[in-house]
Design a protein. Structure first.
Length: 249
């Protein structure tokens, strides 16, 4: 999340690859542990293949497991605010339409795409800006952009042309325009990271509870490790997600 850059298509894929794969696998772990607790057997390879890559569907199944097992409290409630739902839908689209079909865009800022990165810009970053970007911060960015533009326009001896295609379809032909977009993203990315990790926190608490049950169940004893040891940072509060550029490190 921290390295997403609005003029670099590849930066979106570099962020969405690990996030979509991580959430898919974490949800599938929940399904497997629940199956073992219920039946004494893990789901077969065929059954797991049938589950597919639809992250929103996987989340719904995990939500059902938590409800059936009586996990109550805020930490076991699936986050369903508008921004988080948009993130879940985008990750689902990214996973289902072929994560690996996007590899040719990595590191290629000139490639135009009309899929997930544009959706992220419109359905995640714009709502975050409306909710969290203050008028004062917006004015500071605009003033700094105007100063950059003025500096490059003040003399004929200095010239700068930037040719970058933005994920929202715009072309940047000067440093001031590129600065404004990047500066807005820099302000908003901590909140994007927070919203993006909220489903992970919910999954972590749910898997933690499942693993705790597995420790005393005759169906799972010796077959399910204490899974929370692999991702304790995911149980962190919102302010941790906002403040840490690399929360898992």
């Amino acid at each position: 999340m921290s390295r997403i850059e609005p003029t670099l298509v590849g930066s979106f894929y570099a962020a969405l690859f690990p996030l979509s794969i991580g959430y898919e696998r974490l949800a599938k772990i929940a399904l497997q542990v629940d199956a073992r607790l219920r039946t004494g057997e893990f789901l077969t390879t065929r059954e797991m293949r049938d589950v597919g890559h639809k992250i929103d569907s996987l989340f719904t199944q995990v939500e059902g497991i938590a409800a059936r097992r009586g996990y109550t409290g805020v930490k076991y409630e699936r986050p369903t605010d508008v921004i988080t739902n948009a993130i879940t839908a985008i990750l689902t689209e990214f996973a289902v339409t072929g994560r690996y079909n996007h590899l040719n865009s990595l590191g290629n800022p000139g490639k135009v795409s009309a899929s997930v990165e544009k959706l992220w810009d419109e359905q995640v970053m714009l709502p975050i800006a409306a909710r969290h970007l203050t008028a004062r911060a917006e004015q500071r960015i605009a003033a700094h952009a105007a100063a950059i533009d003025s500096a490059f326009s003040a003399t004929d001896d200095i010239g700068a042309i930037a040719l970058h295609h933005d994920v929202n379809g715009a072309f940047h032909t000067g440093p001031a325009s590129m600065y404004m977009r990047s500066a807005f993203y820099e302000k908003l990315i901590p909140y994007a990271r927070m919203y993006a990790f909220r489903p992970g926190r919910w999954l972590a608490y749910t898997v933690d509870q499942l693993a705790t049950e597995a420790m005393s169940s005759p169906n799972t004893r010796g077959h399910v490790p204490y899974l929370i040891e692999f991702f304790p940072w995911l149980k962190a509060p919102d302010n941790y997600f906002r403040s840490r550029r690399h929360p898992g490190k």
